[in-house]
Design a protein around this ligand. Sequence first.
Ligand SMILES: [Zn+2]
Length: 87
Amino acid sequence: MNPSTGVDGPDEDPVDTGARPADSRMECRICWYLYDPAEGDPIGQVRPDTAFDDLPDNWRCPRCDSDKSSFLRSSETLASTDRPHQP
Ligand SMILES: [Zn+2]
């Protein structure tokens, strides 16, 4: 690490400027429930702005009760929703 710059430097910024995992939505491959980190999971009492990786290990799909291992990253959905090539 960087002991000289890490004194008062924000620890989380380098992570956030990288892949931004907090923006990654995850999709249940069983029922296609979409977990959006920006919204969290009101049913499972997950607060908004909670990344999927930050969910407790015992968190389950609110729709079909599958565990976290049943979820896949939903980058395709994200790209098609944003539609950068829209006329
Ligand atoms: Zn599900």
